[in-house]
Design a protein around this ligand. Structure first.
Ligand SMILES: Cc1ncc(COP(=O)(O)O)c(C=O)c1O
Length: 454
């Protein structure tokens, strides 16, 4: 059976001999900060939702490059598009020499992104952190204001500005000083809301906390934008409740503040919509600026910033762009990815896969009290493990044991959340039904083993 349709098959201990050899070369040649031991895996080839490691183990990849591989490894149409582009030209620096792929991608993305405004524009960068930085440049230029409000649990990247925006301090340890003008409010993490509040009361509590930032942090008329992830990724797969987003939208409008949706991880059909902020638009609270990256290029580095022309055209000449931003190879890949998403109605596939995943995990939750919460939108689902369902003490060690148990059986999964006690589901949407079932079985076996129930 070809790798694309195959099931997990572990033929030797992980890490096997070839991997051990590469690990030792890695440790000698790469900074220690990049030498994680959680996944002692080196990819030999990748196809669909599967990788074959350099020792021949076949692993089902439910991390997908942390949300990069919604259409899987080596999609033939993306491979063909990149090959074709490479045969014509690799490079054009868009600030100097244009190319049509950039324009076509900007047109198609602008038509699709659910940001406010009739006439929309888009431009490109290389990574998630870069598109978030650019969104802030755009918001500052459009409002003439300096400050930004972000949230607890947020992850926006590892550049200097985005480290300051990212909540978890282990991502920026010893890296300061950071830029000023960043203020943080608590994200509406309903599972961990103050005890005793109904959902509606919790939402108004979180809104009050945001209003407090406008009283005690940045004055509203110095605030350029509120930046948030529609579904927090690194923060623990936490969807922002729509009623809260509606209230945030009203607050932004009252004060002339722009609302920015970071769809780096949750965009590109993952959430059951092409962009998760379509749910916001349907509820009358569309964002002003949208950023996206990751699955946009299926592994070829590209990211995007979309907003109305009214907002975008305030940006002064010379302040955006860069050598590789919107590179022809990357634009060709992104256009091919978009074709696949549209033709296959990939957002509907995500909704179907997510429903199957949620139903299975919810039925396990009814049996196993260590599963504190099962949540998500579409196929962006998180399972939060706790020591006790009443105290909700994070079961960090247990989540680690489950991940290691799954790896031994041929399934790659990753944790999330400030306490690393949430396991995220980011499987490629091109996974077969048999692969989904195999993954669910491994997941369940690994949970049972980790809680001593075998
Ligand atoms: C929501 C979000 N924003 C920004 C980033 C940063 O992206 P990159 O690592 O491509 O810079 C990430 C990466 O995980 C992300 O999940």
């Amino acid at each position: 059976m070809g790798l694309r349709e195959s099931l997990p098959e572990v033929i030797c201990d992980i890490p096997g001999p070839q991997t051990r050899e590469l690990l030792s070369r890695r440790d000698a040649s790469v900074p220690r900060a990049l030498c994680t031991t959680t996944y002692p895996v080196f990819v030999g080839r990748g196809d669909g939702a599967m990788i074959e490691d350099v020792d021949g183990n076949r692993l089902l990849d439910w991390i997908g490059g942390v949300g990069v591989l919604n259409i899987g490894y080596s999609h033939p149409e993306v491979v063909a598009a990149v090959r074709d582009q490479a045969g014509r030209y690799f490079h054009a620096l868009f600030n100097i020499v244009g190319h049509e792929g950039y324009i076509e991608l900007a047109e198609r993305l602008a038509a699709k992104a659910p940001v406010r405004g009739e006439h929309k524009k888009a431009f490109f960068a290389n990574s998630g952190a870069e598109c978030d930085e650019n969104a802030i440049k755009v918001a500052r230029a459009a409002t003439g204001r300096p400050n930004v409000i972000c949230f607890s649990g947020a992850f926006h990247g590892r550049t200097n500005l985005t480290m300051a925006l990212t909540a978890k301090k282990s991502y920026s340890l010893g890296m300061g000083p950071f830029p000023a003008g960043i203020y943080r409010a608590p994200y509406p993490y309903l599972y961990r809301a103050p005890e005793g509040l109904s959902e509606a009361e919790a939402i108004s509590y979180y809104l009050g906390e945001l209003e407090r930032v406008l009283d005690e942090g940045t004055p509203a008329d110095e605030c350029a934008c509120v930046l948030l992830e529609p579904i927090q990724g690194e923060g623990g797969f936490v969807p922002a409740p729509i009623a809260w987003v509606q209230a945030v939208r009203r607050l932004c409008d009252e004060h002339g503040i722009l609302l920015v949706a970071d769809e780096v991880q949750c965009g590109n059909c993952r959430s059951g919509r092409y962009f998760a902020s379509e749910y916001w638009a349907e509820a009358g609270c569309a964002p002003d600026i949208l950023t996206t990256a990751k699955s946009m290029g299926a592994g070829v580095p590209i990211s995007a910033i979309v907003a109305s022309a009214d907002i975008m055209d305030h940006v002064p000449m010379g302040t955006i762009g860069g050598t590789y931003c919107g590179n022809p190879l990357a634009c060709a890949a992104a256009l091919a990815v978009m074709d696949v998403f549209e033709r296959e109605h990939m957002e509907e596939v995500a909704a179907r896969i997510g429903a199957t995943f949620m139903a299975r995990l919810q039925s396990l939750q009814a049996e196993l009290p260590v599963i504190g919460d099962v949540r998500g939108l579409g196929a962006m689902c998180g399972v939060e493990f706790v020591c006790d369902p009443v105290t909700k003490e994070p079961a960090t060690e247990l989540a680690g044991r489950i991940i290691r148990g799954a790896l031994r059986r041929g399934l790659l999964m990753e944790s999330a959340g400030t306490a690393s006690n949430v396991i995220r589901f980011l499987a490629p949407l091109v996974m077969t039904d048999a692969q989904l079932e195999a993954g669910l079985q491994i997941y369940e076996q690994s949970i049972r083993e980790a809680v001593g129930l075998r």
